[in-house]
Design a protein around this ligand. Structure first.
Ligand SMILES: Nc1ncnc2c1ncn2[C@@H]1O[C@H](COP(=O)(O)OP(=O)(O)OP(=O)(O)O)[C@@H](O)[C@H]1O
Ligand SMILES: [Mg+2]
Length: 286
């Protein structure tokens, strides 16, 4: 089942002359983990806004084509209905934390669904536990670090029991080691939920491709408002390399792609150490 189905979508923001997205078609299957990447300003966040229905309901502009999320036509459904199936973690998590405690923020969505108090409590407990922030439950969101705020924002989305989560540059405010641990916890979370029988689809917008290579099964590359590549990660990165599309291909892969056809290295090296040890052997044996 396609949980996201964009058909020939084009969009221009009101007041802007240029089309930001041109003829985008994108189908995402339930349970997929997809990385969307591309140069700054190419339209990634705009795609996220369309998937959430924020375009056209909160941002005005000229939208053409059709967009469905879980079969809901975004034109015909309010953001509040789309938000019951699809959650977004924004680039700046502070923007989505607005109460006086983490617990209140996590409870906010289920409260708006007018669920019984015991269900709300259960969802809050579960979401806080899943992201591992029990110790921050009563803290003020303002007092948290960027990474902690990011986790609190994820918990506030999880409590809505979404089937799709869109992460818009989830690591942009984090140092390298916090970024790695956040991405690992996102995918551990997916596994945990799947063990419990809930299928969850992850759409991650990120410049730092190396963080996600071990986790995603598909990469979509956007350039200047168009999907220029879409497919299996290594194939997409190799094509991007050959076509010189300016995305952050990990350096070890850039070297590998350069020597790939001339060397006997069948699989891409996992890291620089593996690449150098291969090259040392090559030099030794002429
Ligand atoms: N609300 C808006 N009104 C007018 N133009 C906008 C608006 N939001 C974004 N744009 C423009 O649309 C284009 C695409 O923006 P978008 O935020 O989707 O890019 P992006 O790929 O997410 O970039 P980044 O990697 O920097 O986050 C940019 O030229 C941007 O200036
Ligand atoms: Mg963006």
């Amino acid at each position: 089942m396609n949980v996201v189905d964009l058909r020939n979508v084009s969009f221009r923001y009101t007041g802007s002359e240029k089309e930001v997205l041109s003829n985008i078609s994108l189908k995402i299957e339930e349970g997929e983990s997809v990385l969307i990447t591309g140069p700054s300003g190419c339209g990634k966040s705009t795609i996220a806004r369309i998937i959430m229905g924020l375009i056209p309901h909160s941002y005005s502009g000229d939208l053409r084509g059709e967009a469905y999320v879980f079969g809901m036509n975004i034109l015909e459904n309010p953001v509040s209905r789309i938000a019951t199936r699809c959650g977004i973690v924004f680039q700046n998590p502070a923007n989505q934390l607005f109460t006086f405690s983490v617990e209140d923020d996590v409870a906010f969505g289920p409260e708006n669904l007018a669920l019984p108090p015991e269900d709300i409590r259960r969802r809050v407990d579960e979401s806080i536990r899943l992201v591992g922030i029990e110790h921050l439950r009563y803290s003020s969101p303002n007092s948290l670090s960027g990474g902690e705020q990011q986790k609190a924002a994820i918990a506030s989305i999880l409590s809505m029991h979404p089937s799709i989560i869109v992460f818009d540059e989830p690591t942009s405010m984090l140092d390298p080691s916090s970024s790695i641990s956040l991405i690992q916890s996102i995918f551990r979370l997916k596994e945990n939920l799947e063990e419990k029988g809930s299928k969850i689809t992850l759409i991650i917008i990120e410049h730092r491709i190396s963080l996600l290579l071990d986790h995603v099964s598909r990469i979509v590359v956007i350039s200047d408002g168009r999907i220029v590549l879409d497919g299996e990660p290594m194939t997409v990165l190799y094509e991007s390399f050959k076509k010189r599309i300016p995305i952050n291909i990990p350096p070890v892969l850039q070297i590998y792609f350069r020597i790939k056809d001339k060397c006997g290295l069948e699989k891409p090296p996992k890291n620089l150490k593996e690449l150098f040890s291969y090259l040392r052997e090559e030099v030794k044996h002429g």
